[in-house]
Design a protein around this ligand. Structure first.
Ligand SMILES: C[S@@+](CC[C@H](N)C(=O)[O-])C[C@H]1O[C@@H](n2cnc3c(N)ncnc32)[C@H](O)[C@@H]1O
Length: 294
């Protein structure tokens, strides 16, 4: 059965029963509606929406229902079913959480500069080629932070071939990331010298990242749960603050695949509240939420 057929089947109201949750709201959402939504999210993105997420899901999808001028969640779910190829992307964009910032969890960037880059200089002394994958890039702050550190270590005219692949399931955040334009307050914490070097002012309250950083990065839509089209392996993988939304089984499958996509001795960075304990034995710890591929 194709994945689209699976989605259609999961809409069968006979299969799904649940208590009523938000029937008194602007757009009534029943327990059955919520079960269909969370089932669909899990099947297609791995994101687990348990009952504590009901309020969040309600407010995000209510916005979509308002835009589409529909009556309630029943109507919305029928709409998704009817037009799955078009609406599914908006559905996924609505349920993802995209919180991020420049140099979030700063110790990773210190490690990148002081440990990983010096090691890669030795490993790639001859081919001078480094590949980085940022697996959940969101609105771009993370891959641009990586790009700053990489460019500061390997200048444009250094002869090093550096490329960063930045992927995310959410097509909206990738548009923001590609544009590379941010409100001034987003870069407040960045030291002055870095701000001056890597950002240009485009209005009273906004900046844009320099072309030299943009040129390092390819932004592509990619669902971590679906097949990956990339051919080569990566020397550095950032997989931060995304597996918290997945269950252990999904995490295990994911890191088996990530392992295969990493070069020998490549380094992996995960989020501050994430761990590979009981998930994978294919990585050895190098420090707080930093691992080396075994
Ligand atoms: C909280 S943000 C983390 C952003 C960044 N990595 C950081 O640590 O600041 C989580 C990102 O994971 C993405 N995401 C969620 N499920 C995904 C999946 N199955 N495949 C790819 N990206 C996914 C979301 O769209 C979101 O942009």
């Amino acid at each position: 059965m194709t994945s689209r057929a699976v989605i259609r089947e999961s809409f069968d109201p006979k299969i799904v029963k649940g208590s009523d949750v938000f029937l008194d709201r602007e757009f009534p959402m029943s327990g059955s509606n919520y079960k269909l939504i969370s089932g669909l999210a899990y099947k297609e993105s791995g994101i687990v929406l348990n009952d504590t997420k009901q309020e969040m899901v309600y407010s995000r999808l209510a916005r979509r229902i308002r835009d589409l001028k529909l009556k309630d969640f029943d109507e919305y779910l029928h709409y998704v079913k009817r037009d799955i190829d078009n609406e599914f992307r908006s559905f996924l964009n609505a349920i993802t959480t995209n919180l991020t910032s420049f140099f979030r969890e700063d110790h990773h960037f210190v490690h990148l500069k002081e440990v990983t880059i010096p090691l890669l200089r030795k490993i790639h002394l001859n081919d001078k080629r480094v590949r980085v994958w940022c697996t959940a890039a969101s609105t771009g702050e993370e891959p641009y932070s990586i790009a700053m550190v990489m460019r500061e270590a390997f200048a444009e005219n250094s002869g090093w071939d550096i490329k960063i692949l930045a992927t995310d399931i959410d097509s909206n955040v990738l548009e923001t990331a590609r544009a590379g334009r941010y409100k001034l307050e987003r870069i407040e914490g960045i030291p002055q010298a870095r701000k001056k070097r890597w950002f240009k002012k485009i209005s009273d309250d906004s900046v844009e990242v320099s072309d030299s950083l943009k040129d390092l990065i390819s932004f592509k839509q990619l669902n971590l749960l679906k097949p990956w089209p990339m051919k080569g392996v990566f020397d550095i993988v950032f997989c931060r603050n995304v597996i918290i939304y997945f269950d252990k089984e999904t995490q295990r499958t994911l890191f088996d695949k990530v392992h295969l996509k990493m070069a020998e001795d490549a380094h992996l960075y995960i989020g501050h509240s994430e761990s590979l304990h009981n998930v994978s034995k294919k990585f050895s710890p190098l420090g707080k939420t930093i691992y080396k591929r075994k």
